[in-house]
Design a protein around this ligand. Structure first.
Ligand code: SF4
Length: 377
């Protein structure tokens, strides 16, 4: 007879054996790598990888000198303050602003009519609605017939649903605050401008859309071993092992570890749909500044859906607006892997998950938020 407890126990023991074998292999490879270099820094680009790493205490399994740092892969963290300010302004002018829950408390740099987040705008009587999906927002806007704007933050994973919804019939009262960002240009920015990165764990979710081949430039142009990884603790450990193996053999290539979801080409249909609706443009990342070809904007024929166009906002001049963090917040350095959240003097003092001061403390995928909740284990 099937016994769930016995089965779970076996599975757990099986995973534990597998994990200890992987750690043994990792130590052997580390010994080989140490003959060439003293220190290795691997960037896990994606916020969900940082969650797995910190929540499961994976850093405690790594030998001294092998560092796993977080990257800029949290869409809430890098959404520029200006877009939050536009969303607040619209909400306070009674345009119904739909947002996902993780951007609800995202703080802006400047207060807009007394509010510095959508949560505060709502408490001041602003029209803000937290939704689980874009389709819920469209349905609500269709029924209410009120002027509406969807706060469309996200990476390549989120944009196919925006594109497919736009290609269908949207109600005339519906617009988008477009703040989509592309991840490979940000990874290139980090390796070019920050340096010191010896390996990259590339984002698995994003790569289901853009495919493993989108990371080829890291290996070919920058000689950086790159592994597209899944999100279980074992996925991350196996990815670290593969990066060490490549370093020990003095080679660099892209390997897809997350084969259960990611292919080399990605989702061709989804990619085409995105490019039917959006153009790629230069875009600013909060705490970093302008990154060439790293953003989406609606094509000219869809300008009637663009909240900036409909309500008369201008895209900010990126040269005047490269740093949009509040005084003392060091999120820019956190998302570039230069410092750890605990190096910020405001961490768990002026800045906490219940009262976030900086953008990395807001979302469940934000590095500071993850460290605040799980980093002390
Ligand atoms: S602890 Fe807060 S203020 Fe400091 S870097 Fe993180 S989010 Fe920014």
């Amino acid at each position: 007879m099937f016994d769930l407890k016995v089965a779970t126990d076996k599975l757990f023991r099986g995973n534990r054996d597998l994990a200890s074998n992987v750690v043994k292999i990792l130590e052997v490879l580390w010994g080989k790598v140490r003959k060439k270099i003293d220190k290795v820094k691997i960037m896990n680009f994606c916020g969900t990888h940082e969650w797995t790493t910190t929540h499961h205490g994976l850093r405690s399994l790594l030998p001294e000198g092998l560092e796993l740092v977080a990257g800029p892969g949290c869409p809430v963290c890098i959404t520029p303050s200006y877009y939050v300010e536009v969303a607040i302004k619209l909400a306070l002018e009674n345009v119904k602003v739909y947002t996902y829950g993780d951007a609800y408390k995202l703080p802006a740099v400047k207060k807009v009519d007394g509010a510095k987040s959508l949560a505060e705008a709502k408490s001041l009587g602003g029209n803000v609605s937290v939704v689980y999906s874009l389709l819920d927002a469209v349905k609500d806007a269709r029924e209410s017939k009120r002027e509406s704007a969807f706060f469309a933050i996200g990476f390549e994973t989120t944009y196919p649903i925006y594109a497919s919804t736009i290609l269908k019939n949207l109600p005339e009262n519906f617009t988008f605050i477009i703040c989509g960002r592309l991840t490979p240009p940000a990874a290139e920015y980090v390796v070019k401008n920050v340096g010191g990165i010896d390996g990259v764990i590339a984002p698995g979710h994003v790569s289901t859309i853009i495919g493993g081949k989108s990371w080829k430039f890291l290996a070919e142009n920058y000689n950086i071993p790159t592994v597209v990884s899944g999100f279980e603790p074992m996925d991350v450990l196996i990815s670290v092992v593969e990066i060490l193996r490549q370093i020990s053999e003095s080679r660099a290539e892209v390997v897809i570890e997350y084969t259960r979801a990611v292919s080399w080409e990605g989702n061709v249909l989804a990619k085409k749909m995105i490019l039917d609706v959006f153009d790629v443009c230069d875009a600013t990342w909060r705490g970093i500044g302008l990154i060439p070809s790293s953003g989406y904007r609606l094509k000219e024929k869809y300008m009637n859906l663009d909240a900036f166009n409909v309500y008369g906002f201008k895209e900010p001049n990126s040269k005047e607006w490269s740093s949009d963090l509040l005084p003392g917040c060091r999120c820019g350095e956190v998302i570039l892997g230069k410092i750890k959240p605990i190096d910020c003097p405001l961490f768990l003092k002026k800045c906490t998950p219940s009262a976030p001061y900086g953008p990395c403390m807001v979302s469940l995928e934000g590095t500071c938020s993850i460290w605040a909740r799980f980093g002390r284990r």
